[in-house]
Design a protein. Structure first.
Lengths: 644, 344
């Protein structure tokens, strides 16, 4: 057993990145612990990425394997794009948490376990025949096992809490220890606890006492155990104001910003669903920004109300996850046929059907691009990270109002829940796209509700406008007049017009975010795979492999130069968390031999598995290990959000 | 809201240039005329009026009204209309639906628009059949209805639209029928009601379900089976020779004969439109042993949904500046200046 630095592989007092996973029962407050540790990490100036991983059940039976909730954070003194592969440190609050998470831990990694929870009963529930803390099965790790439960009860004794309430402070005790381990100040946490429990000072003080006790324990334990204090230097980053942000927050803020840039009130129709509900919750508190939120009776009503609001002159927005998006399909067709602006946010999760509500996947790409009856074209945008979701939401609003079309914004469970530091953008730096409603007849004495502008968009006509009364609906519309028209030539013309309008959406040319503009291998990603792909490609390039990373935001229509760009590479590899959906689109659109790398485990890609897949393209290639390719790391983008 | 300045129009002003495509003799024509007759009488402004419908024969209605109109998708008109009303509470909304659209595929939405009490007039054309899809039985078809999908007769129990509406929390429930001269009065009362006003309109489908309402709605000879309710008036029918009384011991309505017009002696009750208990009895009153209850069965307004939404938004915004830059920089922040990091 190693007895020195627990934090590997860096094996130094100041590693450039560390991965810590907090795991416990779903009632143990692991998400809260992780969230607060994230804030303290951000305050310490480290770059970071997090991955909350929790069960679908709110309070799964205590101590069970399926009730384990985990929060992983990767932080460092360099740029961090992923939540990290294997943790360096695993905090296991009970046997089930250890069992579920042990396989992920790096060999030689540090386990911190609460012996107070390793009772016969809990060991049985976790299906351990012997106590792993005692039977030598953890020999290849560093183990720090002690009775956190008892230490917590002892620490909060002065506050007269019952046993149950006292044990609820365990997560703060653990957090205190983690703060000590990584040399973090406790004061922000003290402030936060005082604020959170301002009406219950005893609870606040008990939590503070637990936090301090955990911190103090670290100092003592350092003297004799495997525990060692580690200092991670701040990452050099652009000067400015920063905050941490989750994807759900970023989408909400981006929608508010988008509505402001369009100079429109926003109407948000939603229905509770994991993991999309957080957007409804955020927006419900932003009424002063002209936001109306409406919790509808179902997913269909949520989108239909948003369409009604758009018809009446608001920016209609709806949001859901896979199964809810499926329910909205017919209404999306109505928005396409009536050519009304609408933003549909899809926080993808594992499917089909109810699937894996709390796990991430990218398997709704076909649904987004193709999943409606009839020829029903719709622009689709995918956010790559929590911070990027802000810009993507603005972009979705812009396309919706400029082209009079529904737009789908894809995020996923990972982006929705994960947090990253975000350089707070200056809203004044975003170009406005104010909407003008039709105020008078647009064809002499006639009103032509379907007369198109140079972008192919029809005018937006608010009911209530004198003299512009007209009727719209889901039946095929006649060219210009919008009357009902079933005639063959009209349907052909209108189908073409809808297609051409969407294909004509102005999409910026695709850039290469890491590597050269042509070469041996392009790794093409979209959405939340950005982080792991970027890291893996970076590592491969440092090994000398001629590989580039292309990350596509505009899924439909695709960037005009993408086909040529892809044809400049010998091979194209498309990693995605589905069975190869974007790969199929690329093959279909560009006739390129895009090869899939798929994963549908409900977990994000690990850097190592991507690195290995990339490496296979360089087996037997001279110079594979030789470094004849410029690492070109200057191209690493600012991971905290791209400002225009 | 909806207390807009009256606008002078005529019936003709509400007609569109679109060819009406219902079957000749369809009850929908009569309802269309009744609505076009009503709107000038209430001073409605075409620019401020929106007809919103779902799918089915009835839902073609907006195309024939010279106002704003939205022909949406099957069953979802109440949801679309809710969004329209929340986005612009000043619009005067008329919802047009049918027994299939409103009670089968759209039953959920109809329930919620009534429960929420979104201010609009909801006209449910009940012809007890699916017309546009060529004659299948509907959720209001009577037991034993033979149709292409029930060649041996249907066996499910029909839904009762007015009872559904009241059970969903509607604060205004009325009934009329297509060719009735009193239909405009019912529509006017619905319009005057602030909140979701539900009107069941019996409508004759002359192709697939001809004359099923003749027992009370035939153009001639059926008047004796019509109980036209009026607030504050005794519940009399059959030319005042019969009336409705309440059996107070068994808590149920009964039909009584009225001799020499002395309805008080016969125990006939006076209609109180705000009495929800009586309303429940009226919507459940079986036709046959009883006459068909028509007119305003229930009318007891309470605050509307959109008013509450607007007020809440105003209250929540009070004293707050919609400052986006501030919003973006909220929460636990820190400033990077050179190498030092300071909590903001």
């Amino acid at each position: 057993m190693a007895s020195q630095a627990a934090v590997k592989p860096h094996e130094a007092d100041s590693p450039d990145a560390v991965v810590v996973r907090f795991a416990g029962d779903s009632g143990d407050g692991m998400q809260l612990t992780g969230g607060q540790f994230t804030l303290s990490t951000a305050l310490a100036g480290n770059d970071l990425a997090t991955f909350p991983d929790f069960p679908a059940e709110i309070r799964a039976p205590q101590g069970t394997l399926f009730g384990v909730s985990a929060f992983q954070i990767n932080f460092g003194s360099r740029q961090i794009n992923t939540a990290g592969d294997a943790p360096d440190v695993l905090v296991a609050m009970n046997p089930a948490a250890l069992k579920v998470n042990l396989a992920a831990l790096k060999p030689g990694g540090l386990i911190i376990a609460d012996t107070g929870e390793f009772t016969k009963r809990n060991l049985d529930k976790a299906k351990y025949e012997a106590n792993p803390l005692e039977d030598g099965s953890l020999a290849k790790y560093d183990l720090l096992a002690f009775d956190i439960s008892a230490l917590t009860i002892e620490a909060v004794k002065p506050f007269g809490l019952g046993n149950k309430d006292a044990l609820r402070c365990k997560n703060m005790w653990t957090l205190g220890l983690a703060l000590w381990m990584f040399d973090r100040p406790r004061e922000p946490l003290h402030d936060w606890l005082r604020q959170k429990f301002r009406s219950k000072p005893d609870i606040a003080n008990a939590n503070i006492a637990a936090l301090d006790a955990g911190h103090a324990y670290g100092e003592t334990a350092e003297l004799s155990g495997p525990l060692k204090q580690v200092h991670v230097d701040p990452v050099p980053s652009e000067p400015g104001l920063y905050r941490t942000i989750t994807g759900a927050e970023a989408v909400s803020l981006g929608l508010v910003a988008g509505a402001q840039l369009a100079e429109l009130p926003m109407f948000f129709g939603g229905y509770p669903i994991t993991p999309a509900s957080a957007i409804l919750h955020h927006l419900a508190r932003l009424k002063e920004f002209g936001v109306t939120t409406f919790q509808a009776e179902d997913e269909i009503a949520a989108i239909c109300a948003a369409i009604g609001a758009s018809y009446a002159g608001s920016l209609g927005v709806t949001s859901s996850s896979g199964p809810g998006i499926a329910l909205k399909g017919e209404a999306m067709g109505l928005a396409i046929m009536t050519e009304l602006p609408l933003v549909i946010v899809n926080s993808q999760r594992g499917g089909p059907s109810t699937g894996l509500p709390t796990k991430t996947e990218q398997s709704d790409l076909y649904q987004a691009v193709y999943g409606r009856n009839g020829d029903a074209p719709m622009p689709v945008i995918a956010a790559r990270s929590p911070g990027d979701a802000f810009d993507c939401a603005i972009e979705a609003c812009r396309i919706a109002v400029e082209y009079m079309t529904p737009v789908m914004l894809l995020t996923d469970g990972y982006i929705a829940n994960a947090a990253e530091p975000w350089k707070v953008p200056d809203p004044a730096r975003y170009a406005k796209f104010p909407v003008s409603f039709l105020a008078e007849k647009n064809a002499g004495d006639d009103l032509l509700p379907y007369k198109r502008d140079e972008k192919g968009a029809r005018p937006w006509i608010k009911p209530g406008t004198p003299g512009l009364m007209h009727r719209i609906g889901g039946i095929e519309k006649a060219v210009d007049t919008g009357h009902i028209d079933y005639s063959p030539e009209n349907h052909q013309t209108m189908t073409d017009a809808r297609r051409d309008k969407v294909l004509g959406v102005a999409v910026p040319d695709q850039d290469v975010c890491l590597g050269n503009e042509s070469g041996r291998l392009a790794v093409v990603g979209w959405g939340s795979t950005f982080g792991p792909i970027h890291q893996a490609v970076g590592r491969a390039r440092r090994k000398g492999q001629d590989v580039s990373h292309i990350h596509v935001r505009h899924i439909w229509p695709l960037p005009g130069n993408l086909g040529d760009l892809l044809r400049g590479f010998d091979k194209v590899l498309v990693p995605e968390m589905n069975t190869g959906q974007f790969k199929t689109v690329l093959r279909d659109q560009f006739l390129v031999d895009a090869e899939p790398l798929t994963k549908t485990s409900g977990q994000p890609f690990q850097i190592a598995e991507l690195e290995e897949a990339i490496g296979k393209y360089f087996d037997g290639i001279p110079g594979n290990e030789g470094g004849d390719v410029e690492p070109n790391d200057q191209q690493l983008p600012n991971p905290v959000g791209v400002e225009k | 809201m909806n207390d807009m300045t009256p606008v002078q129009t005529t019936l003709k002003d509400w007609e569109t240039d679109q060819e009406v495509r219902w079957c000749p003799g369809c009850g929908d024509y009569a309802i269309l005329k009744a609505v076009q007759r009503t709107l000038p009488q209430i001073g409605a402004d075409p620019a401020n009026t929106v007809f919103i419908s779902g799918i089915g024969c009835s839902s073609r209605f907006p195309y024939y009204m010279e106002s704003y109109g939205f022909h949406t998708i099957h069953g979802r008109a109440p949801a679309v209309a809710t969004g329209v009303k929340l986005a612009n509470p000043d619009l005067d909304i008329w919802l047009v639906t049918g027994d299939g659209d409103g009670l089968s595929i759209g039953g959920n939405h109809l329930m919620h628009v009534l429960r929420r009490n979104v201010n609009m007039q909801i006209m449910l054309f009940n012809n007890e059949i699916y017309g546009l899809t060529k004659g299948q039985y509907s959720p209001t078809s009577r037991e034993g209805t033979k149709s292409p999908s029930t060649p041996l007769g249907s066996y499910d129990h029909p839904a009762r639209p007015a009872a559904f509406a009241l059970g969903s929390g509607a604060r205004f429930v009325a009934r009329g029928f297509d060719v009735s001269k009193k239909l405009p009065e019912v529509l006017k009362a619905a319009h005057a009601h602030q909140g979701a006003a539900f009107i069941e309109i019996f409508q004759n489908c002359i192709v697939y379900n001809k004359d099923v309402f003749d027992d009370f709605a035939a153009p001639k000879g059926a008047e004796a089976q019509q109980l036209w309710l009026e607030h504050g008036e005794p519940m009399l029918f059959a030319g005042g020779t019969r009336g409705i009384t309440l059996d107070r011991d068994r808590l149920r309505l009964e039909v009584v004969d009225v001799v020499d017009g002395d309805w008080e002696a016969a125990g006939v009750i006076v209609h109180d439109a705000a009495n929800r208990s009586i309303a429940h009895m009226l919507v459940e009153m079986p036709f046959g042993p009883f006459p068909m209850a028509l007119g305003v069965l229930y009318d007891d307004p309470r605050p509307t949904f959109e008013t509450a939404v607007v007020e809440e938004r105003a209250k929540a915004s009070e004293g707050k500046e919609p400052d986006l830059a501030r919003l973006l920089g909220k929460g636990q922040t820190w400033t990077v200046s050179g190498t030092a990091q300071d909590p903001a």
